[in-house]
Design a protein around this ligand. Sequence first.
Ligand SMILES: [Zn+2]
Length: 299
Amino acid sequence: MNKKLILLISMLFMLVNLASAGDNNKTISIHGDHIIIDIHARFFKPGELIIFEISPFKENKIETVSGMFLDTEMEFYPEGEKWFALFGIPTKLEPGLYPITISAVNNIGDKEQLKQNLRIDEREFSISELNVDPYYLKYTEEKLKRIRKEAAILMALWKKKTPDKYWNGSFIKPVDDLFTQEFAVKRVFNGEYRSFHSGSDLKASIGTPVAAVNRGKVVMCDDFYFSGKFIVIDHGRRVYSFYAHLSEFKVKEGDFVNKGDIIALSGDTGRITGPHLHWTMKINSVNVDPEALLELGLY
Ligand SMILES: [Zn+2]
C-alpha cells in the first residue's frame, strides 16, 4: 500500500451494549483520529430513523464520507463542516448486532475507517385483529393487476433520488390530532397475518385541512386502490411523505410547499373502515415511524 497516497490512521472495533428502552433519543459517539461519528436515534429498533453525523475532529476539512450498514450503502451529504446520512431500520429486521463501517478522507489525504457493531433491540409490535367477511379479502384478477401496478409505481418513486435537501429542520404532524393507529401494527385478518401498517393514522374528520410535514416538492397526486386519493411530497435525498384517504387536493404535481402549507383535505377514500388521515414516511425506500421524525431533531 502506498502510504503517501493513503494513510490508514486507525481502525476501531467496538461493541456497544445499549441499555434497553427508557430515555428517548440516544446518541452513540465514536472518536477517531480525524473524525467523530455521532449516531442518533430515538431507539435502536426496527422502524426507527438513525441519523449519522460526521464531524471533523481537527481543523482539516472532510472531503468525502462513505459507509455501509445492513449491506446498504449509506448516502452522506455535506452540511457546513459536517456530513450527514439518514437511515431507516427495516421493520422486519431481527434483533442483533449489525456492523457499521464508515470511511472518511480529509483534504490532506488522511483516510480513516471506523467500524462499530450496533445493537438493534427487539420491537414489540401491537396486533390489530379483524374479522371480516372473507369476500373482502379476495381480489379479482383485475383488482390484483391494479394493486400490483400501483405498488410498482410507488416502489419506483421511493427509489428516485433528488440530491437537494428541501426539508428544513424538524418535521410536524400533518393534522393536529391524536394518533389512532400506530406505525407497524401487525394486521391480522380472520386469524391470518396480512400486513404491517406502513405509517401512522391520525384522527381526522372529512374535510380536515392536511398540512405538509416539511418543505418539499409535490411529486404525485393520484387515486389508488388502497390509499384512495393521496399526495406524495419529495423532501429531497430520498425522504418522502405520503398522505392517504384524502377528499380534495389543494396542490398539484410540481408545486413547492413549505412546512405547514395546506396541501389537501382529509377524507375516507380508498380501502378504509372510517375517515382518518394515513401518513407514511419513506426514507431510502424504508418505512420509518413518523413519530421518530417528530421527536428527533433534524438538521
Ligand atoms: Zn393507516
